[in-house]
Ligand binder design. Structure first.
Ligand SMILES: Nc1ncnc2c1ncn2[C@@H]1O[C@H](COP(=O)(O)OP(=O)(O)OP(=O)(O)O)[C@@H](O)[C@H]1O
Ligand SMILES: C=C(C)CCOP(=O)(O)O
Length: 248
């Protein structure tokens, strides 16, 4: 029973203040994750986190997105370095509550071809899980044929991992309580992109990878149900309950 959980960058950081952690939000999520592992609600867990004010500010500053690449090593290292810093914060908070979290830096484990299609090494993630660890991956830069380096979003990693590890449950924890309709009410279930396309916008803050519309598209392509929910519902999701919006 593999669960893939993404901690949104907009949840664990102050998204509009460069390189600022939301330590309280991260600690609360770490507690909920530790509790779910302790009481056996979740057996095998893979965590992915987004960029928030660590990755996205540098990516915007250096003009790199998921499709527009950069070759400048200084810019590449600014994005990758900031994401490694954020990853270290996430690991530390998980270690503080005895979650056996270990890092995977996607820059060194992935590539895109000229069409933008991603290949991600997942054998090491599977072995980490088999050995009782909780791998923690993150949005990152990725080498991209013909573009040098582009941005690899945490959402894309979630999709890849869910397929490769045959995940039973997939969850994206964001700042919103779910995908919202035109009246800001949570849409309980989405199984068709066009039905909700009008309500889906970009992110409110600096985000080079696309906000809610891109998430819904990625999750609908999964083939297994996925959930988008707010930080308060992470325990419900990990316990196997219906949290926020079910997609697919
Ligand atoms: N219909 C919608 N329902 C909910 N959120 C929406 C909608 N349309 C746009 N959004 C925006 O999408 C944001 C969530 O996407 P965003 O990419 O910012 O989140 P994240 O995954 O938590 O962050 P990161 O990409 O840094 O990991 C919300 O905060 C909101 O601003
Ligand atoms: C901007 C970078 C490097 C990470 C993007 O990951 P996301 O926040 O999941 O979209």
């Amino acid at each position: 029973m593999v669960t893939v959980l993404k901690l949104g960058g907009s949840v664990i950081t102050e998204k509009d203040r460069p390189e600022t952690l939301d330590g309280e939000a991260l600690a609360a999520l770490a507690e909920a994750i530790a509790a779910a592992l302790d009481d056996g609600a979740v057996e095998d867990l893979v965590i992915v986190h987004g960029g928030g004010s660590f990755g996205h500010h540098h990516a915007a500053e250096h003009g790199v997105s998921a499709s527009e690449g950069i070759r400048d090593v200084g810019g590449i290292m600014a994005v990758h370095g900031a994401m490694k810093t954020l990853n270290q914060f996430v690991l530390s908070r998980l270690h503080a509550v005895d979650v056996p979290a270990v890092p995977v830096h996607p820059f060194s484990a992935a590539a895109r071809d000229a069409d933008g299609d991603l290949t991600l090494m997942t054998e090491q993630v599977a072995t980490m899980v088999d050995e009782g660890f909780v791998p923690v991956l993150h949005g990152d830069g990725v080498v991209h044929a013909g573009e040098a380096v582009t941005v690899l979003s945490g959402d894309e990693l979630v999709t890849e991992l869910a397929g490769a590890l045959e995940a039973d449950r997939v969850g994206l924890c964001s700042t919103v309580p779910g995908v919202l309709d035109g009246d800001d009410e949570v849409i309980p279930h989405i199984d068709d992109f066009d039905e909700v396309a009008d309500a889906l916008g970009a992110s409110d803050s600096t985000d080079v990878t696309g906000g809610m519309a891109a998430k819904v598209r990625e999750l609908l392509a999964l083939g297994s149900p996925a959930y988008v929910f707010g930080p308060d519902a992470v325990g419900t999701f990990l316990a196997g309950g219906d949290a926020g919006t079910r997609i697919g």
